[in-house]
Design a protein around this ligand. Structure first.
Ligand SMILES: O=C(O)CCC(=O)C(=O)O
Ligand SMILES: [Fe+2]
Length: 339
């Protein structure tokens, strides 16, 4: 079915065009990879390329990640919530313009979203790569233990962005974890606290506010402010997507929603965010969701959603993994070691 594997070589560094900001000590602007899922024969090759791309530019666009039938099912489940969301109050106007309709707590609102976006296998593999933590030399008496903490889902959100919505301020999502780094010429594992997945439910164009981002800024000194946006500034790229395309981004990359300057186009994006297993989830999944719906999800997805335990000894209820309590008697959730 798929044509022969096409290796993606689009993340070469191109010479930097000088920036107006003397504080931007970047020597090159990494090119953003745009890869097409249909050209891959194995998921391993796909995720390898996404990972390489994210390390270099902080963002990667994946064409054709979702079929229209999945998008249709997801929209059918989520649209009633969008329709029921009035114009938001301006209590978070400082971050998300009030003309943006946000639907959150999606794990229990849309099973399609839960299985295909939050639980997307390729995304989870990429999360495993960037967000797994291993603790060695954890001494317990005379025993030295090694614990591996798997990443977890942090936030679920649908963005419905109407015409007239102004641009969002450029920001780094990983600020919520107080992440700060000095400038680094290359990426190294251990520095990331967040990985983001954006899925286009409708076309995302520069005119309707496709996410603006600054390739390579995940490696900048975190004290450097974001550059001023202008469409011709070569420091910026746009996550322009057709329905079914996806954009993955490290949480340290400067980005923000653009302005929706169209007359009648809604920008519809389904997003999921992940973090390390021992950090607090941005969205409180225990209160954001109807637990009856969470119970109906596969146990592995429940663990991913924060109802598992992070090793060592994080997140238990009555010294048990939350999935055990959630599932009740008679459901095999497997044995868990807490370290
Ligand atoms: O809507 C977008 O394109 C980005 C939204 C975003 O960055 C955020 O809300 O943190
Ligand atoms: Fe953001």
């Amino acid at each position: 079915m798929a044509p022969a594997l096409l290796r993606n070589d689009s993340y070469d560094l191109v010479p930097r065009v000088s920036s107006s900001s003397s504080r931007c000590k970047v020597n090159s602007i990494p090119k953003v990879s745009v890869i097409d899922l249909n050209t891959y024969e194995t998921e391993e090759h796909l995720t390898d390329d996404i990972i390489s791309s994210l390390k270099v530019s902080g963002g990667c666009i994946i064409r054709n990640m979702y079929q229209q039938s999945t998008l249709d099912a997801m929209e059918q489940e989520i649209r009633p919530y969008i329709n029921a969301t009035g114009k938001a109050t301006n209590k978070r106007e400082d971050f998300v313009p009030s003309s943006t309709k946000l639907v959150t707590g999606l794990l229990s609102k849309s099973r399609t979203y839960a299985l295909s976006v939050a639980g997307n296998k390729a995304w989870r593999t990429v999360c495993d790569h960037f967000l797994t933590s291993t603790l060695s030399n954890s001494w317990h008496g005379t025993q030295s233990r090694t614990s591996t903490s798997a990443p977890q889902l942090s936030t679920t959100v649908t963005f419905s962005i109407s015409p007239g919505t102004p641009a969002q301020g450029l920001h780094r999502d990983d600020d919520i974890y107080h992440t700060q780094h000095p400038a680094s010429p290359t990426h190294h594992l251990g520095r990331d606290t967040m990985l983001c997945l954006f899925v286009a439910g409708a076309p995302c164009t520069p005119a309707n506010g496709a996410t603006r981002f600054v390739p390579g800024s995940h490696l900048w000194d975190y004290r450097i402010p974001p550059p001023a946006y202008n469409p011709d500034n070569p420091l910026f790229a746009h996550a322009a997507m057709q329905p079914g395309d996806a954009f993955m981004m490290l949480g340290g990359t400067y980005h923000g929603a653009g302005a929706n300057t169209t007359q009648g186009e809604e920008r519809l994006v389904y997003a999921a965010f992940a973090t390390r297993g021992y950090l607090r989830q941005e969205e409180n999944q225990y209160l954001a969701n109807d637990l009856e719906r969470i119970r109906e999800l596969p146990v592995g997805l429940q663990r991913w959603a924060g109802f598992g335990a992070s090793k060592p000894f994080m997140g238990w209820v009555d010294m048990e993994e939350p999935v055990r309590l959630l599932s009740g008697e008679g459901v095999d959730v497997g044995e868990v070691e807490f370290w």
